[in-house]
Write a protein that binds this ligand. Structure first.
Ligand code: G6P
Length: 367
């Protein structure tokens, strides 16, 4: 079994470390740097189809839904088309407004999640088009879609999703670039620059993985907390949700992800020395505001674990994880990696069944 796990103690740890390779495989053959475009072999939507779109829904469950929330930022920013993200079990029962110029993007690692499949049928039944972002070739969801963007993460065994998530983010970014070219909101030159950035992503994930030992030490310091708050803003809010989900799934510690700007509207009442606050502070337009949140937590004796690409935050955090920098759209890939490792090490220290957490299934094929 150790061999099956490639020398790692758990599939989850192996899969976390496979991310540079999984991302490389998801990019392979898709970046057309000379043309300044992206090639998505199974998308099956023409430039005319893509430029005629008026609305996009992104639908998924669990971790895949978090990827969708990040995807909204990418698509709205670069393609200037409204994107609504919804949870499949909600979408399927609310009579969504879908027309011929609506595209529904279904994100599913397994391609077999019952609610996501039902949401797809709802969208298609109303005359819209549908595309899957999926990790399993020829699974049910891509089979019923008009097109598909496969993530090439390879089989994911750990119930808590890791490499499937980060490759979903990459696939969604590739889609945003293709859509932006088709709609004329991105130039070839811009896509060329993003392609160059994408090509550096596996190396930067590799570098981020080097934080492993530091994260293990942080896990020791914080493993006895009963509750964690995760804060992020903009495209890092979904990364905060995903970090909190990883922790609760495998360590059984209650954790809540929150948009940092909302802290003062509730969660701040919970902060004391017993509740660690994981803050994602990437250097973008809202960086200073997130740093103020860190100060507010510390002023209430809360302990801050910060994930950042910025320098000079030493006195603002009790534990500081400094990650590499890449274009802002891709920063959630890099911030997710230390949060996966933090959840992993806390779970291992608590002695839970990391790969097969209680009550959870890898793929939920019943409603
Ligand atoms: C289950 C798994 C999660 C996964 C979710 C959606 O809850 O435990 O890890 O994110 O299903 O699965 P999908 O295969 O549709 O991405």
């Amino acid at each position: 079994l150790m061999a099956e796990k490639g020398g790692y103690k758990h599939f989850m740890l192996k899969e976390i470390h496979e991310q540079p390779r999984a991302i490389t495989d998801t990019l392979a053959g898709r970046l057309r740097e000379e043309e300044g475009d992206v090639y998505l072999e199974d998308l099956k939507l023409s430039d005319a189809d893509l430029s005629g779109l008026e609305k996009i829904f992104i639908i998924a469950c669990g971790t895949s839904w978090h990827a969708g929330l990040v995807g909204k930022f990418m698509i709205e920013k670069h393609c200037r088309i409204p994107v609504e993200v919804d949870i499949a079990s909600e979408f399927r029962y609310r009579d969504p407004i879908i027309g011929p110029n609506t595209l529904t993007v279904l994100i599913s690692q397994s391609g077999e999640t019952a609610d996501t499949l039902a949401a797809l049928r709802e969208a298609k039944g109303k005359g819209g088009r549908a595309v899957a972002v999926c990790n399993v070739v020829e699974s049910s969801i891509p089979r019923e879609c008009d097109g598909v963007i496969y993530t090439h993460a390879g089989p994911e065994i750990g119930v808590a999703s890791t490499k499937a998530f980060t490759t979903q983010l990459v696939a969604l970014f590739l889609f945003a670039l293709r859509l932006g070219r088709a709609r004329g909101t991105l130039t070839a030159e811009q896509v060329r620059e993003f392609a160059t950035a994408l090509a550096t992503l596996p190396r930067k994930v590799e570098e981020t993985l080097e934080l492993n030992e530091q994260i293990e030490a942080i896990a020791r310091d914080f493993m006895n907390a009963r509750d964690f708050l995760y804060l992020g803003r903009g495209n890092q809010y979904p990364a905060a949700l995903e970090g909190a989900l990883k922790l609760k799934e495998i360590s059984y510690i209650h954790a809540e992800g929150y948009p940092a700007g909302e802290m003062k509207h509730g969660p701040i009442a919970l902060i004391d020395e017993l509740m660690p606050v994981v803050v994602i502070a990437t250097e973008n337009d809202t960086f200073e505001k997130v740093v103020s949140n860190m100060e507010e937590v510390q002023a209430r004796a809360g302990r801050v674990i910060a994930v950042t690409d910025a320098e000079g935050l030493c006195d603002k955090a009790d534990a500081l994880l400094v990650i590499p920098r890449i274009v802002d759209d891709l920063m959630p890939v890099l911030t997710s990696v230390p949060l996966q490792l933090l959840a992993y090490h806390i779970a291992v220290l608590k002695g839970t069944d990391v790969d097969q957490p209680r009550n959870l299934a890898k793929s939920v094929t019943v409603e």
